[in-house]
Design a protein around this ligand. Structure first.
Ligand SMILES: C[C@@H]1NC(=O)N[C@@H]1CCCCCC(=O)O
Length: 235
């Protein structure tokens, strides 16, 4: 049983796309996969959230023949909480108005993850935005999640999803160094949305990110643009 907590270097860097690619890779290997989003914000009741997007991408990949026809049945998804405003989770609760329940505390999320992990081979936990964005009112986020999972005896690691374009060097380095300083060196940097023919900026960024990953014992992998989302080892 493997648990992978997925965070971004920022919001909108292709975290869900990267999560779908990681799910697809595990499904191709024949594993039973669960994708959980502890806190989904910015989505109204009944609308598709990020985990439904992952499920739809996997279904489309199977329909196109890129995944075996039985793969979608090996994938399950869930959300821990959903809060309407498109804001950081703590702010979303504050702005959602009276009657909005507080965010689930980390202990409650941990209990859910233990239950979810028991039924599958691979559990992916997708965050909300970047590494310091809190999932709880006690200011806990992805690093705390990995630490709590490990403290509970589970095999958990951290993946950082980065975008390929200008600005990613600073965001990626801050993210990786923050995680490492808190005792959770990322195991993977996943560059989401890499062009088939990267421009000089993207090529330089891939070199930079490979060096950053190497310095922290992480692997660098990419998810090319274009469906289906798939993980490739970096050039
Ligand atoms: C709205 C989006 N929904 C979601 O689940 N993640 C995004 C939230 C990102 C929060 C970024 C906070 C910040 O870094 O400023």
């Amino acid at each position: 049983m493997r648990i992978e907590v997925v965070t971004g270097t920022d919001t909108d860097v292709g975290e869900t796309w990267g999560t779908a690619a990681l799910a697809a890779r595990a499904l191709v290997a024949g594993l039973r996969v669960h994708v959980d989003k502890p806190v989904q914000t910015g989505v109204a009741p009944g609308e598709a959230g990020d985990v439904e997007t992952v499920r739809d991408l996997v279904a489309a990949a199977a329909a196109s023949g890129a995944l075996d026809a039985a793969a979608p049945a090996r994938l399950t998804v869930s959300e821990g909480a959903r809060v309407g405003p498109a804001m950081a989770p703590v702010d979303a609760v504050a702005h959602a108005g009276e009657g909005t329940p507080p965010l689930p505390p980390l202990g409650e999320q941990l209990g859910r993850w233990r239950g979810l992990a028991a039924g599958v081979d691979h559990l992916l936990i997708e965050g909300a935005g970047g590494i310091t964005v809190a999932w709880t009112e006690a200011d806990e986020g992805p690093v705390d999640a990995v630490r709590a999972l490990r403290a509970a005896g589970l095999d958990a690691g951290l993946t950082v999803v980065a975008r390929p374009g200008l600005g990613t060097q600073n965001h990626a380095r801050l993210t990786v160094e923050h995680a490492a300083a808190r005792g959770v060196a990322p195991e993977r940097i996943l560059v989401s949305g890499v062009a088939a023919d990267p421009d000089p900026v993207e090529r330089a960024n891939l070199v930079f990110l490979a060096r950053l990953a190497g310095a922290h014992g992480a692997v660098l992998e990419t998810v090319p643009r274009g469906t289906p989302p798939r993980v490739m080892s970096a050039r």
